[in-house]
Each structure stands twice: as structure tokens, then as C-alpha cells.
Design a protein around this ligand. Structure first.
Ligand code: FAD
Length: 456
């Protein structure tokens, strides 16, 4: 028999339960056809960095498969059943997709496949979203109890990498999807080996200091694994298994890093239970918060998007986004808070912009990251928490090295003024804007708007 393995967000061969299921279905005499479908519904809105990274990952995967990867473009509900018929596949194997679009798409593919089963084995998460609920069966809405239950839930051991896979060859394939014009953006090296190498380096060199450096955008303190996790070049279960090797009590760096992986799983779980929450506020009371719109708001949005707000840490973050298709987590929180609470713009506008530019752009992590900052989402909705961009800058980029790396106009300012260039003896350096708004005043405006909605 022949089985079809349809790759999606699992572009690797190690720790891949769906691959093992496809192998088993094919049996000792059979073969497995590896497929990737370039789906216009996902390709089009992805933005150049993510498209290019996906293309690079597909090139590596094709090589890892000895050239056997079949690439086809189109609606999967047409492409997958047609190919299954073409090669006489008896089963189609996937890792489950638990996002709103993926669920709809897979249901459509399943219907179109008719009698040929679509077999879901594993998912991009250590614990498949939807598995963990409170004791009364309702979903978690707060991170800490979710993380406790997630840790206690237990998980599968990593799946062994098969020594040999009888890949079916000779089936017609399209070329790789088109290369993208990145305008100088540098992307991480693509593929499974690159992901494992990045993980190995982080574990050896930076994990021990992670609790102290993870919040410091001026250091290389975090793993930079997010794009690899997004496309499944490495599975979180592999990471967790490596971390588990430490004996006895969980060291603090391991606990902290595991918590970050748990946030990713938490947001996917929230989206599983509440798919509409990628577009609507999770907390319906906050749906009435007014946001600004119109030409003046558009101008402020443009200043934010281009990194020209006059607040150095905000501008550095937005320029990192355009330069690396990535932003440090602390700075994602700062720039998001600035858009929503200093400029009073809708978090969805910022979330959309992030998804166009991030190489790790992920609907669940991104949109719920934005909702958390906006105070409309999970946890105790910290609406009263308004990040002060100057204080955040001084605290987390104390020497100003991060700002200087991304905002060359401020390169000559000393640490004392780099986060407040308007206080520098010579004034704001030429070419750098004055602040577009005054933080202290806008903070009051934001709090008043939130307060009104809460007391209504
Ligand atoms: P590390 O600190 O090394 O963390 C390891 C892994 O844990 C990450 O790769 C990621 O998979 C996961 N993780 C860490 N923090 C979070 C978090 N707060 N929420 C969910 N998962 C987390 N992450 C994305 O992967 N895609 C996004 O589109 C995205 N958008 C965000 C938008 C906003 C407004 C905010 C505040 C956060 C967003 N994050 C997103 C979460 C976080 O910023 C990134 O995962 C992290 O910066 C990636 O860098 P890293 O791999 O070096 O992280």
C-alpha cells in the first residue's frame, strides 16, 4: 500500500508521530509519498519574511527527503484528494492543525477524500490543544493554573526518527514557491538541522543565564526558536525531553524556559476552545473600549509602524521588526502597549501588522499576546498596566545598546539620555523625531477609557 504524508506545520523528520503512522500504514512492502500544498489562503496573507522562510524550509526538507517531496499549489480540498487518487493512497496522514482555518480546511479535505481516511497523529504542541480542562470541564482562562495542569498532564516520549523511509518517487511536483523580495531582512537558517543546532547552542551557552537575560533586548538571551517552532522544524516535545534530562529538582532556567513553551500551548488551547478570539476580545466586556480612527490616527499608526514615534525603545523595536522580521518579547510588549494605550489604536491593527512582518508570526501567540497587552484577553486583564516606554527602556536596555543598534540617529547619545533624547544637552539629535504624543497624558486618557467601560 501507499500512504500519503501531508506536511504542514511539521517540516522535520525527527520526533514526527504522523510520519511513523504513515510508515506503519504503508507496511513493509509499501511506500510513503511526502506532500506539501502551497495553499493560497495561507500563502497570500503571510508577508514576505514568512513566505521566504517557509520556502527555505521546504527546500531543506526536499533535500532531506532525497528529492521526494511533492509540492503542489491550490486549495487542499482539491489537491489532496486528487493526488491520493493519482497514487492510489489508502490513507492520508497529518499532524492535527488546531487553529480555526486549519480545522475548517481539514474538515473540507476529509469530506472530499470520501472513503480514504485522513489520519491525524500528534499536533504542533506537547499537549494537543483541548486536552486539558478545569475539573468542571471548562477551559482555562488564566495562565498559571493552566501551566500547572499542563505540567501535570504528562506527555508522550519523543517519537524515534525512522532509519529508512521508502519514499515514493517519480510523482510530478511543482517548483518551490517563488522567492520573495526581502528588502535586506536577514532570516534565520531554515530547516530541521538548523533548528536543532540553534537549540543545542542555546542549551549549552545561554539557557543557564536565561532567567536573568530573557528580558534584556540588549543581550542575546533567548533561544530564537520561535520561527522553528512555528513551522515545526523542531517539536516542543523534543525540547522538553532534553530539559527533563536534568536530574532531581527542576533548575530555575529550565522552569522559566518551560513556562515560555507553556504560554505557546496555553494560547493555542484558548484558541481551540474560543476560535473567534483571534478576532474578537476574549473578555466581552472590553469590546466597548473605544479606539481612535481617521486621518490623525492613521498618521500615528504610520509613525509607529516605521519606528518614528520619538520614543527610542518603541522605535528600536519597530525597526527590529522591519530589519529582522523578529522583535524581542519584552519589546513586543512595549510597542504593543504604546500602540494601544499611548496612541489609542485598536490592537487588531497592530496584530495584523505584526503578522505581515514577523517570521514567527503565529495567529494564537500573536493575537493573544496583543490581547494580553490590550487588557482584553486572558489572565486578570491588566488594563491598568500601561508600559512607560522610557522607564522600560532604562530598566531593560540600561546602557542603550539595543536602541543604538536599531536607531542610528541616537548612536552618539550616552546611556543617560538615549531613552530620553529630548533631555540631551543639544536637544533631540538631527533626523530623529520629537515624541509624537506625551506618555503621561495619554496614559490618563487610556485609563479613563478603560475605567468607563469597566464601570458601565
Ligand atoms: P524564548 O524566550 O526563547 O522562548 C522560547 C519559546 O517559547 C518561543 O520560541 C515561543 O515559542 C514560546 N514563547 C515565549 N514567550 C511566549 C509568549 N509570550 N507567548 C507565546 N509563546 C511564547 N510568539 C510567536 O511565536 N509568534 C508570534 O506571532 C508572537 N507574537 C507576539 C505578539 C506580542 C504582542 C507579544 C507580546 C508576544 C508575541 N509572541 C509571539 C511571543 C514572544 O514574544 C515570542 O515567542 C518570543 O519573543 C520568541 O523569541 P524566542 O524564541 O527567542 O523566545
Amino acid at each position: 500500500p501507499t500512504s500519503l504524508l501531508w506536511f504542514r506545520r511539521d517540516l522535520r523528520l525527527g520526533d514526527h508521530p504522523a510520519l511513523l503512522a504513515a510508515l506503519e500504514a504503508a507496511g513493509p512492502q509499501g511506500a510513503v509519498l511526502p506532500l506539501f500544498v502551497v495553499d493560497p489562503a495561507l500563502w497570500r496573507p503571510s508577508g514576505a519574511p514568512r513566505r521566504q522562510f517557509l520556502r527555505d524550509c521546504l527546500a531543506v526538507l526536499r533535500e532531506d527527503l532525497g528529492g521526494a517531496l511533492v509540492i503542489r499549489g491550490g486549495d487542499p480540498a482539491g489537491v489532496v484528494p486528487a493526488l491520493a487518487r493519482e497514487i492510489g493512497a489508502t490513507t492520508v496522514h497529518v499532524s492535527a492543525d488546531t487553529g480555526p482555518y486549519g480545522r475548517r480546511r481539514d474538515a473540507a479535505v476529509e469530506r472530499a477524500l470520501g472513503a480514504t481516511p485522513l489520519v491525524r497523529t500528534g499536533s504542533p504542541y506537547a499537549v494537543t490543544p483541548g486536552r486539558i480542562t478545569k475539573s468542571d470541564g471548562s477551559p482555562f482562562r488564566v495562565f498559571s493554573p493552566f501551566a500547572r495542569a499542563w505540567r501535570a498532564h504528562g506527555r508522550r516520549a519523543p517519537a524515534p526518527r525512522p532509519a529508512v523511509v521508502p519514499w515514493l518517487t517519480g510523482t510530478a511536483s511543482d517548483d518551490l514557491p517563488p522567492a520573495q523580495d526581502l528588502g535586506g531582512v536577514r532570516l534565520p537558517a531554515a530547516g530541521e538541522d538548523a533548528a536543532l543546532a540553534a537549540w543545542g547552542r542555546f542549551r549549552e551557552e545561554r539557557l543557564p543565564d536565561y532567567p536573568g537575560t530573557r528580558n534584556r533586548p540588549d543581550t542575546d538571551g533567548t533561544s530564537r526558536l520561535s520561527a522553528y517552532l512555528k513551522y515545526g522544524c523542531v517539536h516542543p516535545r523534543t525540547l522538553l525531553a532534553d530539559l527533563d534530562r536534568t536530574d532531581g529538582e527542576e533548575p530555575e532556567p529550565v522552569r522559566r524556559f518551560t513556562d515560555e513553551l507553556a504560554w505557546r500551548e496555553f494560547y493555542a488551547d484558548v484558541v481551540w476552545h474560543r476560535p473567534e478570539s483571534v478576532r474578537e476580545p476574549l473578555d466581552p466586556r472590553t469590546g466597548a473600549i473605544p479606539y481612535d480612527s481617521g486621518p490623525a490616527a492613521d498618521e500615528l499608526f504610520a509613525a509607529w509602524a516605521q519606528g518614528r514615534t520619538g520614543y527610542p525603545i518603541v522605535d528600536a523595536g519597530m525597526r527590529q521588526l522591519l530589519g529582522e522580521a523578529y522583535v524581542h518579547n519584552r519589546v513586543r510588549m512595549i510597542v504593543a502597549s504604546f500602540l494601544v494605550k499611548d496612541l489609542h489604536l485598536d490592537w487588531r491593527r497592530g496584530a495584523r501588522y505584526f503578522l505581515q512582518h514577523l517570521v514567527d508570526g503565529d495567529l494564537a501567540s500573536n493575537n493573544h499576546g496583543w490581547q494580553w497587552v490590550a487588557g482584553t484577553g486572558t489572565d486578570a486583564s491588566p488594563y491598568y498596566r500601561v508600559f512607560d516606554p522610557t522607564r522600560q527602556g532604562r530598566q531593560f536596555d540600561p546602557e542603550g545598546d539595543y536602541v543604538r543598534r536599531w536607531v542610528p540617529e541616537l548612536r552618539d547619545l550616552p546611556a543617560a539620555h538615549v531613552h530620553e533624547p529630548w533631555l540631551a544637552p543639544g536637544g533631540v539629535p538631527a533626523g530623529y523625531p520629537e515624541p509624537v504624543v506625551e506618555h503621561a497624558a495619554e496614559r490618563e486618557v487610556a485609563l479613563a477609557r478603560y475605567q468607563r467601560v469597566r464601570s458601565a
